[in-house]
Design a protein. Structure first.
Length: 376
């Protein structure tokens, strides 16, 4: 993984924020967010973008202002997207389970809804009559990422296998839904262009069976080390083949690099290993435990002496370790460090286990800090 460099002014601002806010907190550099949005637009100039809200709901107002719609996976996320003023046509509603009462909430203003299974199709056609829909294809590919993130494998619970898609399409049309096109999301954190190209090839092979479509939603999944260059032309070929517009749902790639998790160190402890004890742990930052994710660590202090530490959180769980084997200066009590690339699936996955309060989320716009609202 490429270790990012923080803007020195952002770094300075972080040190000031430490005087005013309790740790742990997430901090986002909005100038990086704007750069990432620009890089995506440049790589895919003809695409329409829907931000995968799950990656960082608190940043939705800023991301909407950059011209993005939203991808939602729950009624709560759809409400959040409507709440910031996105129209139903600017919201894509995904997910394998949409309950009758969740669907009923949006009867009068249905978002573009992704059909994930036969049962989903039936419920959506019953409660969102005539809605605009996309059909989720499970491409049945061995995508390379952490197993928890590989939604495009045939054994995952998502979408409809390619051979079943033509029948699925006829059924959706027969039930009065307006099929806009197909949806493909291979997984999250994919760093190989080949995985995407193989996914697009699955759609290419389906063209004869499913006919032209208005929309191909090619999902998100762009890993931080993925070269975007080879994907643009391949997407455009596919769009031409189908006569379709390309929609994309990036989450991680848009927001990960803008965010850091700031935590203070409350002790150095030796058992058979040497630990730094932090006030952030699995309840504030689940990714290391859930996905084995490794986030670069940057100390906000200096010391002559260095040592190798495991970084443990405050929970009574041996699993509450955010990083292992990190060489760092030896800290004094209360000094702070940051986990980098923490802007995606960080704060959004924070949990109340152990009555832990949600970490604050702060945004820096190049001049000052703002506390972000998590709830609207
Ligand atoms: C359907 C769908 N679209 C988009 C995304 C966003 O993925 P990423 O954050 O890797 O871009 C996800 C993430 O799981 C997803 O499930």
């Amino acid at each position: 993984m490429n270790t990012p460099h923080l803007n020195p002014r952002f770094l300075e601002a972080l040190k000031q924020a430490l005087d005013g806010f309790p740790t742990p907190f997430y901090a986002y550099d909005l100038t990086v967010l704007e750069e990432e949005a620009e890089a995506l637009r440049k790589a895919f100039p003809k695409a329409r973008f829907f931000f995968a809200l799950k990656a960082n709901p608190a940043l939705l107002p800023q991301i909407k202002a950059l011209g993005f719609g939203a991808e939602a996976v729950s009624a709560g996320e759809v409400e959040r997207a409507l709440g910031v003023g996105l129209s139903p046509e600017e919201i894509v509603w995904n997910g394998p389970v949409k309950t009758p009462w969740a669907l009923q909430r949006f009867q009068d203003r249905p978002p573009v809804t992704v059909l994930d299974s036969e049962a989903d199709l039936l419920r959506v056609s019953r409660h969102l009559k005539g809605a605009q829909v996309l059909l989720r294809v499970n491409p049945d590919l061995p995508v390379r990422t952490h197993g928890h993130l590989a939604t495009g494998r045939g054994e995952s619970q998502f979408g409809v296998l390619p051979q079943k898609l033509p029948g699925f399409l006829r059924r959706a049309e027969g039930l009065g839904l307006l099929v806009l096109g197909l949806h493909l999301h291979l997984g999250s954190g994919l760093d190989r262009a080949e995985d995407f190209l193989e996914g697009y090839a699955v759609l290419q092979r389906l063209r004869t069976a499913v006919g032209p479509q208005r929309v191909l939603n090619l999902g998100g999944g762009f890993g931080l080390d993925l070269p975007l260059g080879p994907l643009g032309p391949a997407m455009e070929d596919l769009a031409r083949l189908y006569g379709a517009k390309i929609w994309l749902e990036p989450g991680r790639r848009l927001v990960a690099g803008s965010g850091v998790l700031v935590t203070r160190i409350w002790g150095v402890k030796r058992t058979r290993k040497t630990y730094l004890l932090l006030d952030a742990g699995m309840t504030s930052f689940l990714r290391p435990l859930l996905y084995g994710a490794r986030h670069p660590v940057l100390p906000l202090y200096q010391s002559e002496k260095e040592a190798v530490f495991d970084l443990a959180g405050p929970a009574c769980e041996a699993a509450d370790v955010l990083a292992r084997g990190v060489r760092l200066p030896v800290p004094k009590e209360g000094e702070a460090l940051v986990f980098l690339l923490a802007g995606a699936y960080g704060a959004s996955m924070a949990m109340p286990y152990l009555d832990t309060p949600r970490p604050l989320e702060l945004a820096w716009d190049g001049s000052g800090w703002r506390v972000l609202d998590f709830c609207y």
